[in-house]
Design a protein around this ligand. Sequence first.
Ligand SMILES: O=C(O)C1=C[C@@H](OP(=O)(O)O)[C@@H](O)[C@H](O)C1
Ligand SMILES: C=C(OP(=O)(O)O)C(=O)O
Length: 423
Amino acid sequence: MHAPDLRTLTIVPPQGPLRGRVMPPGSKSITNRALLVAGLATGTSRLSGALKSDDTRYMAQALRAMGVNVDEPDDTTFVVTGDGRLRAPAAPLFLGNAGTATRFLTAAAALVEGAVVIDGDEHMRKRPIAPLVAALASLGVVVEAPSGCPPVTVAGRGAFPAGRVEIDGGLSSQYVSALLMAAACGEGPVEIALTGSEIGARGYIDLTLASMRAFGADVEQTDAATWRVRPTGYRASDLLIEPDASAATYLWAAEVLTGGAIDLGVAADAFTQPDARAYAHIAAFPHLPAVIDGAQMQDAVPTLAVLAAFNATPVRFTGIANLRVKECDRVAALAQGLCRIRPGLGTEEGDDLLVASDPTLAGQRLPAEIDSFADHRIAMSFALAGLRIAGITILDPACVGKTYPGYWRALASLGVRYEGEAP
Ligand SMILES: O=C(O)C1=C[C@@H](OP(=O)(O)O)[C@@H](O)[C@H](O)C1
Ligand SMILES: C=C(OP(=O)(O)O)C(=O)O
């Protein structure tokens, strides 16, 4: 019943607390970083605990198309063998709606000798990449993206130019991560400096630095907004990838919403990913703070916003302007979904989201069709509302395959049923 090819999924609220053990899949962010840097290394790297999902499949396929050998001996392992070079792919690299793969490979394409076209689906084609393109061009890379979004064409000349590059990471920290990772394969040292406003997602830069260092890169922060990357290239390495913190937020929220006990097999403070910061808020439920700054836990905002609907008091989400350029406009999608459940439950105020909150929602039957906008996080977070409200239907439930293909099965393993499914 919870097969991912269904067009809609209506959740039956469980009768009691959810209990059991569910391990979230491997981190998307770390898997796609590790795949890239392992692909740039010389030798064989074994990545275990990895995520297998749409986003990581696109990265793996793109690397294969550029001559890297990527084997998949089991459901959670990639074995990557490279020779320190990327070759020109025969066809455009299609990366679906994987922001990490698209941004990271745009910078890495400069390492190819020849043309690389980086493209994605209709959603990716609306996600801005102009700041990264401008930064690469300023270093002398021949690159263009006429619409400011993919497709991007890079005419690589086999090396990443040395020098200093400035980048505005305000719209996406992935631009900065992309430059950092490619820079280790520079012709000489590369200095990467942030301009513009402070980037929201510093934690993702830390993840990038950790992945680079795990594969032998030499990168140092020279001041609050500048990194210097030495031209070491990468050394093949084995890596155990931690579970995905963003995926964990749904399980933490399911636990507090149902008063249950879900063992994730990993403590909240063991994560190195930014979204693990959401745990402290989730653990405070139903007393979430009046204002949550989502900047440092961006992908957890949909989870927190749906949880906030059941909170004792209203919650305002700030620092979330760049949620408008994720897989969909998440600020608008969250407001719309919340209002489908009950008019006025979610309101956009500028770029803030105000969740009115109403603990009496729990236990009611409020049939609502939630448009996922092809966004895995919208689908997964509104499923949480379905744990306490009868009649919540998620449209396009298969979109969870972007980062958590086993999500519906994971909830089912905890005792959640879907309408039409035998009890
Ligand atoms: O670097 C990463 O792995 C990510 C950075 C964040 O995106 P932005 O930097 O575009 O905000 C986050 O939303 C995305 O899911 C993963
Ligand atoms: C924003 C996300 O993904 P990406 O930018 O990697 O496509 C996400 O997974 O929530």
